[in-house]
Design a protein around this ligand. Structure first.
Ligand SMILES: Nc1ncnc2c1ncn2[C@@H]1O[C@H](COP(=O)(O)OP(=O)(O)OP(=O)(O)O)[C@@H](O)[C@H]1O
Ligand SMILES: [Mg+2]
Length: 369
């Protein structure tokens, strides 16, 4: 691999407008050599636009892109040393697998012998050697995906950009490809940015995740830090599952929940007394206690046994639904619907507090099963 710092990618102050519509606002992002950053966010938040700016297919309205410290904004896409796997793979249907992979090398006028060796190496890497003469129309989704990856890698890029690379694959193949790509990139020290809708994919593959919302990066952090310490309600809702409770601050570090209990908070964020807030707590951070103890009073609604664990849904007196995810064993007592319980937060430092501009309360997020 070439000098590692040549693989450092930086995006600084990028804004992008499509006509009047602002697709990106103030994007700054530095990706270290060999790092895999995932862009995660809802449809239309600007993920593909950002990748296309880095790849050189779109010129940003404002801001700069550097690779290895040198500006590449004005370098044409085919000279950027950036490989891209597009959202729909975008293989050339009239070219064989071999010629698809050779495409970037031919565009760079590589010698035939070099092309033969490099394409063979790439096809071996993605286990497609036997299908070199096939055409894309006769390949499965997973095979097309591997050809697209081989094509992106053939030019020995400093950076590989992947736009929803696994979206067409079924669950098992998806997991295989995730493992292969992660080990391939880590082994070769490739810097990469991967777009995904799938938070589990982002959590399992990325060194860091940038959560995007409406053209901005809301938070960029390691998977665990994003999960444990989301800095906004949007990120808290987007990553993992959470329960949300309405409350009003009593003092800087105490909250009165609408559910009818006052609790201390260990949030580092400060709110003025009387500020309306939302308290967010993960299902695995909720513990059940006897109804006589301190905690949020609730009534059991339903219990879902999941073998080694169980999910319990309870309702507070103020009508908020709380999910509790806890380990289960043969001796765990079964909780019947209607039982009165009280819910305590096992780790108070894992409880998030966010301002609540109006009376809205997000519903519990995510598909907990
Ligand atoms: N060529 C274009 N002309 C005008 N508007 C565009 C163009 N490309 C994208 N947009 C708009 O810019 C915004 C961001 O689009 P983008 O494709 O970057 O979103 P995305 O995050 O990749 O979404 P998805 O997850 O659905 O792929 C969207 O509102 C989209 O409609
Ligand atoms: Mg997209």
């Amino acid at each position: 691999m070439a000098n590692a710092s040549a693989h450092a990618l930086a995006i600084t102050g990028v804004d992008h407008f499509f006509g009047q519509m602002q697709a990106l606002a103030g994007i700054s992002l530095a990706v270290a050599p060999g790092e895999l950053v995932a862009l995660l966010g809802p449809s239309g938040c600007g993920k593909t636009t950002l990748l296309q700016i880095i790849a050189g297919f779109i010129r940003p309205t404002r801001g700069e892109v550097t690779l290895g410290g040198a500006r590449i904004d004005h370098v044409p896409a085919n000279r950027r040393r950036i490989g891209m796997v597009f959202q729909n793979y975008a293989l050339f249907p009239h070219l064989s697998v071999f010629e698809n992979v050779a495409y970037g090398l031919r565009a760079r006028r590589a010698a035939d012998a070099v092309i033969r060796t490099k394409v063979a190496e790439m096809l071996a890497l993605v286990k497609m050697t036997d299908l070199a003469e096939r055409y894309p129309g006769a390949l499965s989704g997973g095979q097309q995906q591997r050809v697209a990856l081989a094509r992106a890698m053939a030019i020995e890029p400093a950076v590989v950009l992947l736009d929803e690379p696994f979206s067409a694959l079924d669950k098992n193949l998806r997991l295989d490809m995730q493992i292969e790509i992660k080990s391939l990139f880590k082994g070769a020290g490739i810097t990469s940015i991967m777009v995904t809708h799938d938070q589990e994919e982002a959590l399992s593959m990325a060194d860091r995740i940038a959560v995007m919302n409406d053209g901005r990066i809301e938070q960029i952090d390691t998977p665990n830090a994003l999960y444990d310490r989301p800095t906004s309600l949007f990120v808290n809702r987007f990553i993992g599952h959470s329960n949300f409770l309405r409350g009003t601050m009593v003092s800087a570090d105490r909250v009165r929940l609408d559910a009818g209990v006052e609790l201390p908070l260990s949030s580092s964020r400060r709110f003025r007394p009387d500020a309306p807030v939302i308290v967010a707590v993960r299902p695995e951070n909720c513990a059940l206690a006897e109804a006589t103890q301190d905690g949020v009073p609730a009534t059991i609604r339903v219990t879902l046994p999941l073998g080694p664990s169980e999910v319990i849904e309870a309702v507070t007196p103020s009508g908020e639904h709380l999910k509790i995810h806890r380990p289960r064993s043969p001796t765990t007592p079964v909780l019947e619907p209607g039982a009165a319980v009280c819910i305590r937060f096992a780790d108070p430092t894992g409880v998030g507090v966010f301002s609540r501009p109006n009376a809205t309360l997000p519903v519990t997020t995510g598909d907990i099963l």
